[in-house]
Design a protein around this ligand. Structure first.
Ligand SMILES: Cc1cc2nc3c(=O)[nH]c(=O)nc-3n(C[C@H](O)[C@H](O)[C@H](O)COP(=O)(O)O)c2cc1C
Length: 382
């Protein structure tokens, strides 16, 4: 199949990846109510059709954290991308660089900060969770700085991981040591293209950036249990003082869904925030990101840059989010699916699709500048 829409990359990834990795990307927490809401609430928004305007030139660029983006999209941090394709984070970063947009490297990437900065075209934005070991956090932030990462994305919605039942069923969660490896090997035998790509030269399969902290850890499962032990439930906004003291560049807080928290993010000195429910992977039953967005923009939109993620599946969705006040959107699953479907070329192709969809949506709504999109482009707000 030649992929046309984002859903096609999902289907290609489903065919190519071992079931446990596909389910890990695709799934949400508990009954996946919020995961569905993210997509459905965006679908339900109606754009206005405005015709007969001179639309010969479109400006899709926006500026976020002082950086000019060729289009209002960034690749969201997605853990373990190097298990979906060989050195996956480097491949995705190259595709993002080529498209003129940021790639955000997850704390739990297979490729390290240094590898992505050196081989991914341009230093990535770096995403970090609050870890119990503050000394190690300090070290990671200093490494990100030395590698030239321009932006810190600080994820706040994961003091404890939400349960993802698909991962239990597939054997992803709970598998450890030999049984985990046996499972992986079996899936490799039944998915030869993935297996060849990953195991013939795609190693090591560790969590590159945090590898040094996990004593004796060589398997992905060792790292996952280290991460689980290191999530910090005690964290409060006051801990942002520590983060700001170590990181003097722009900070974007990721995982805010409530205006009350958005106000705290301003007080904490963030330059931006990402309205996000972690792609429906944390607290199931919370509202969709797109329905949370307008109120947050009302409350803090003058004080910091508001981005959003969750459920964006087309360039049309990007324009809807911009119309409701987002400066830009991040996409998670779309790039992870494209990477699993065929590495960098597929991620590039998917980004090309988002771009041409956005161009069409802007042209038919009479929007010449992405940075000026407003709810004038919408028939009704959700
Ligand atoms: C497979 C997967 C892994 C993720 N890993 C991380 C992560 O390591 N750090 C983080 O802040 N968010 C992580 N997220 C959340 C994404 O950054 C983003 O918020 C979410 O995917 C957006 O929703 P979408 O997938 O509908 O675009 C992950 C999401 C997925 C699907």
């Amino acid at each position: 199949m030649r992929p046309a829409s984002v859903s096609d990359y999902r289907e290609l990834a489903r065919r190519r990846l071992p079931k446990m990795f596909f389910e890990y990307i695709d799934g949400g927490s508990y009954a996946e109510v919020t995961l569905r809401r993210n997509v459905e609430d965006l679908e339900a928004i109606a754009l206005r059709q405005l015709v007969m305007r001179d639309m010969t030139s479109l400006d899709m660029s926006v500026t976020v954290a002082g950086q000019k983006l060729a289009m209002p999209v960034a690749l969201a941090p997605v853990g373990m991308a190097g298990m979906y394709a060989r050195r996956g984070e480097v491949q995705a970063s190259l595709a993002a660089t080529e498209a003129g947009i940021p790639f955000c490297l997850s704390t739990v990437g297979v490729c390290s900060i240094e590898e992505v900065a050196a081989k991914g075209g341009t230093p990535p934005w770096f995403q970090l969770y609050m870890l119990k070991d503050r000394g190690y956090m300090r070290e990671l932030l200093q490494r990100a700085k030395s590698a030239g990462c321009p932006v810190l994305v600080f994820t706040v919605d994961l003091p404890v991981p939400g349960a993802r039942y698909r991962d239990t069923r597939s054997g992803f969660t709970g598998s450890s040591g030999l049984s985990g490896l046996a499972n992986t090997a079996w899936q490799g035998a039944t998915h030869p293209a993935w297996s060849w790509d990953l195991f013939a030269g795609g190693q090591p399969h560790t969590l590159g950036s945090v590898q040094g902290a996990v004593q004796g850890g060589r398997k992905v499962t060792d790292f996952l249990s280290w991460i689980a032990r290191n999530f910090d439930r005690s964290v409060t906004w006051a801990d942002m003082d520590f983060v700001r003291e170590v990181w003097d560049g722009p900070i974007i807080i990721k995982g805010v869904l409530d205006p009350e928290d958005a106000r705290d993010a301003v007080r904490a000195g963030a330059q931006g925030l990402i309205v996000s429910n972690h792609g429906g992977r944390q607290l199931d039953g919370v509202k969709s990101s797109i329905s949370a967005l307008p109120r947050i923009v009302d409350v803090v939109g003058d004080d910091l840059e508001v981005l959003m993620d969750g459920g964006v599946r087309s360039g049309l969705d990007v324009l809807k989010a911009l119309s409701l006040g987002a400066k830009a959107c991040l996409v998670g699953r779309p790039w992870a699916w494209a990477l699993g479907a065929g590495g960098q070329p597929m991620v590039s192709r998917m980004l090309g699709t988002l771009k041409s969809e956005l161009a069409t949506a802007m042209t038919l709504t009479g929007c010449t500048r992405a940075s000026e999109a407003s709810n004038r482009l919408l028939d009704a707000t959700p």
